[in-house]
Design a protein around this ligand. Structure first.
Ligand code: MN
Length: 204
């Protein structure tokens, strides 16, 4: 058994200016260093509270605490997936090939149809949330999730292959209230190699 540790903010696999013009340096820096960091800190603070309560034999509000913990851990894990499924401008976008390309064509009929459904899932999230492409091992089908906040509507055990953050904090500096413009821009910087690798890992 390995030693328990805290959550940590992952480094971005590219520079803060490398997603421009689709995501500005200012927007990405704020999103990563302030918003993502807040979920890491939030999750760690709750875990520390749990440790303390257990050591002291003290009671705590289990329902409220677990709800809050799910929110912060969900936020941390989804942001970590998001950074990794983006690629520097000029190096991402286009169409997926390989196992993923085939899987999407089989399920949705065409890549364009998938892109349309995923974009609609992203633009229509009520309030703050995410669209995620996931994969169900029981049916061998890719399925789109529309996640509210960081943890609502999640299918337990589905592997998440790709996400887009459509909280306003993800795009307001660049696109103001125009979420659809941000979703359009996202397609230019998707790292399909990474998304395909996540799918292929399922079958190994
Ligand atoms: Mn975010």
């Amino acid at each position: 058994m390995e030693t328990a540790k805290s959550y940590a903010l992952p480094q971005l696999p590219y520079g803060y200016d490398q997603l421009q013009p689709h995501i500005s340096k200012e927007q990405l820096t704020l999103h990563h260093q302030k918003h993502h960091q807040a979920y890491v800190n939030g999750a760690n603070a709750i875990l520390e509270r749990l440790d303390k309560a257990r050591k002291e034999g003290a009671d705590f509000d289990v329902k409220a605490t677990l709800k809050e913990l799910s929110f912060h851990i969900g936020g941390h894990l989804l942001h970590s997936l998001f950074w990794a499924n983006l690629a520097p401008a000029g190096k991402g976008g286009g169409k997926p090939t390989g196992t993923l390309g085939t899987a999407l064509e089989k399920e949705f009929g065409s890549f364009d149809r998938f892109k349309k459904e995923f974009s609609l899932a992203a633009t229509s999230v009520e309030g703050s949330g995410w669209a995620a492409l996931s994969f169900c091992r029981q049916t061998n089908r890719p399925i789109i999730m529309q996640i509210e906040k960081h943890n609502t509507n999640v299918y337990p055990m589905f592997t998440i292959l790709m996400v887009i953050d459509v909280w306003e904090h993800a795009y307001y500096l660049d696109y103001k209230n125009e979420r659809a413009k941000f979703v359009d821009a996202f397609w230019n910087i998707v790292n399909w190699d990474e998304v395909n690798k996540r799918l292929e890992r399922i079958f190994k």
